[in-house]
Every structure is written in structure tokens, then in C-alpha cells.
Design a protein around this ligand. Structure first.
Ligand code: ADP
Length: 214
């Protein structure tokens, strides 16, 4: 299956993507995670991306599309993938369509996670992520780790992302409304969009998502 996950920052895309990818046996491809890995490894690409990310802006398409394409061309993605955070504007969606078309492939679904804005801000403010693996995500009140600051899964250090500060979150939401939401209409035109509520327990949302994708 080839699936695109969309939703505002804080919708739980990363959390859901990890479960869905496992259930569907396809790789989880997150452009945000790819950028963060490049930043922590100190690559040129990471240096180019960091200032945009810290400001809550989109990293330019020239950088992003090439990176996403390289990842999608790796052998583990030939049978399908779950895209999280890509495409994030209409020109990226068009680039993805062209890329798939040239391989004779199409998307199967676009899963749209819906969540009210005040909930998003609460979720992001308390979000803590593991330094070893950014799919290990916690929240100081909604899903606290057993020991403060320590990952339950692997014992790694938990930290707050640089772009999770309140001002940057507001900017990311604005960018989401103006640049990313239009891709939902774009994909609606292709009959691909399924919308589910991202409220409730993580496992409930996963069940809803699996049911919607069947
Ligand atoms: P969230 O979904 O919580 O906003 P992500 O980890 O997906 O977080 O993305 C963090 C940041 O990485 C974005 O604010 C943006 O700067 C950059 N980014 C991620 N994916 C893309 C993309 N497809 N195009 C441009 N920038 C991106």
C-alpha cells in the first residue's frame, strides 16, 4: 500500500505512522525525521534545513523533494510506504504524482487526521521525544514515561524539539493552513481522502485508521 498521512502538527502523525507502518508491513517515511537525522549527523542537508525548521517554515522544495525521492527509491519501499510529512504543499504533491506515474504506480489513500487547534497546542507543548528514536514519543501529562526524562522503550534521553516552542508552533499551524491543507482538496479531486478524528486514545485512533484504510 502507498499511503500519505496528513494533519496539523501535533495531530499524532508520527505516533500513528509507527503503528500503522508496523501493522501494514510498510516503511514509515517521515521527512521531519529525515531532516532531524541529518541535523544530528551534521550533514550539509541538515544545515540547510535547520533554520527553516526552527522558524516553523517549510524547507525549500529543491531540498525536500530530492531527499524524499531518494528515500522512496530505497529497496524496502518498493512494495509500498507510509509517507508522514510529505507532501506538505501542492507542488510537492505534484512532484510525488509525477514520480509515481513514471514508475506506473499510484497512491492508495490519503489519511487525514483531524484535531481541533486548541488540542494541538496542548499536545505539542507537552511533547517529549527520545534522542535515540523519534518514534518514541511521550507527553508530560497525556502519556508520561515511568521515569521523568527517560524513554520507556529504550532508556534514551527525552527532549523537547527546538520547533515545539509556542511561537514556532503558531507559525507551523499557519503554514499548515495556508500551504498544506490545500493538498487535501488536491487529493479529494483524486478520490483518495479518508478523514478520521485524531481525538481519543492512541490505540483508538489506530483502530479508526485501520478501519478507514480497509
Ligand atoms: P510536525 O508534523 O509535528 O509539524 P515534522 O517532524 O513533520 O513535524 O516537521 C518538522 C519540520 O520539518 C517542519 O516544520 C518543516 O520545517 C520541516 N519539514 C518536514 N517535512 C517537510 C516537507 N515535506 N517540506 C518542507 N519542510 C518539511
Amino acid at each position: 500500500m502507498r499511503i500519505v498521512l496528513v494533519g496539523p502538527p501535533g495531530a499524532g502523525k508520527g505516533t500513528q505512522a509507527a503503528y500503522l507502518a508496523e501493522n501494514l508491513s510498510i516503511p514509515h517515511i517521515s521527512t521531519g525525521d529525515l531532516f532531524r537525522a541529518n541535523i544530528s549527523q551534521g550533514t550539509d542537508l541538515g544545515r540547510q534545513a535547520k533554520s527553516y525548521m526552527d522558524a516553523g517554515e517549510l524547507v525549500p522544495d529543491e531540498v525536500t523533494i530530492g531527499m524524499a525521492k531518494d528515500r522512496m527509491e530505497r529497496p524496502d519501499a518498493t512494495g509500498g510506504f507510509l509517507l508522514d510529512g510529505f507532501p506538505r504543499n501542492v507542488s510537492q504533491a505534484e512532484a510525488l504524482d509525477a514520480m509515481l506515474k513514471s514508475e506506473g504506480m499510484t497512491l492508495d489513500a490519503v489519511l487525514d487526521l483531524e484535531v481541533p487547534e486548541d488540542e494541538v497546542v496542548k499536545r505539542i507543548a507537552g511533547r517529549r521525544i527520545c534522542r535515540n528514536d523519534s518514534s518514541h514519543v511521550f507527553h508530560v501529562t497525556y502519556s508520561p514515561p515511568a521515569q521523568e526524562g527517560v524513554c520507556d522503550v529504550c532508556g534514551g534521553d527525552l527532549y523537547q524539539r527546538d520547533d515545539d516552542s509556542e511561537t514556532t508552533v503558531r507559525k507551523r499551524l499557519e503554514v499548515y493552513h495556508t500551504q498544506t491543507e490545500p493538498i487535501i482538496d488536491y487529493y479529494r479531486g483524486q478520490g483518495l481522502v479518508v478523514t478520521i478524528s485524531a481525538l481519543g486514545k492512541v490505540t483508538e485512533v489506530t483502530q479508526r485508521a485501520m478501519a478507514a484504510l480497509q
